[in-house]
Design a protein. Structure first.
Length: 278
């Protein structure tokens, strides 16, 4: 009997270790509140002086998967990603990326992630080549490694011909490609992309989508936010639907769309939640 109990305990330990190894990111009860200016209160038609952007959000991202945060504008997706990328601190809660706390070990987290957001745009005055070199130095990369990564990424995104062209003279699509290349300069294993295809033409959007799948094939972990249902259905393994800063529904995309498409799932859920508030 004792041997059986010991064997059971050992199996539990092994299972726990395996489960822990599979988790790349664990977000626990993240909360973020912002003060609203008079102009913002007028725009949002509210008398409240504060807005809860993220409200007790918890979820996990498994190693090697593409996880999508899906929700309407203002749902809290971008704020969540900015917290995970250590650009802003949560008011409450924490998240652990490969075991490193975003609150207490921000430097370690930054070294392990690649972060792309439309809120952080490359300076118009500089060239793709200069910016790539600059961020390579920030990450302490050797000259050889920098040149290898630059050749690889510039070739993959067709940046070669524009490497010495000022950012201000590039198309919207090429600017996005440059931003992606810069975010991946240090070859991170965990990539966070905020609305990666937003505002792009069809061809550039497909290039970005294909590249996200390539990252997965390389064993990278991808966390992205989007409001585009088809993108999530096409490339994401799992997805979390955020409404008003809270996780409204989460699961494998195949399971979420077993009976209806993701757009219908979202609007049914949204209508049910908003109906409960009335």
């Amino acid at each position: 009997m004792e041997n059986a109990e010991n064997a059971g305990s050992l199996q539990d330990e092994i299972f726990t270790e395996q489960s822990t190894e599979q988790i790349a990111l664990r977000a626990e009860n993240l909360r973020k509140t912002f003060r609203l200016s008079a102009k913002q209160r007028k725009s949002e038609k509210t008398a409240a002086k504060e807005k809860v952007a993220v409200d007790g959000l918890s979820f996990t991202v498994k190693k090697g998967e593409i996880y999508g945060l899906l929700g309407p504008n203002g749902a809290g997706k971008t704020t969540t990603l900015r917290m995970l990328a250590t650009l802003i601190k949560p008011d409450e809660g924490d998240a652990f990326l490969n075991g490193h706390s975003i609150v207490r070990e921000a430097d370690k987290v930054r070294n392990e992630i690649g972060f792309l957001t439309s809120e952080l745009k490359p300076d118009d005055f500089f060239t793709p080549s200069y910016l790539f070199d600059f961020f390579s130095e920030l990450h302490g990369m050797s000259e050889q490694r920098k040149n290898e990564r630059k050749a690889l990424l510039f070739s993959r995104f067709g940046i070669d011909r524009f490497s010495e062209t000022k950012i201000s003279d590039l198309s919207t699509g090429m600017k996005q490609k440059v931003s992606i290349a810069i975010s991946l300069v240090h070859d991170p294993d965990f990539v966070i992309f905020d609305e990666p295809t937003n505002g792009l033409d069809v061809l550039t959007a497909k290039t970005v989508t294909d590249f996200l799948l390539e990252l997965k094939e390389q064993g990278k972990t991808v966390l992205l936010s989007t409001h585009i249902f088809s993108l999530v259905e096409k490339i994401c393994d799992r997805a979390g639907i955020i409404v008003d800063g809270k996780m409204a529904k989460e699961g494998y995309v195949k399971e979420l769309t077993a009976e209806k498409n993701l757009e219908d799932v979202f609007f049914d859920l949204y209508a049910a939640l908003k109906g409960e508030e009335k």
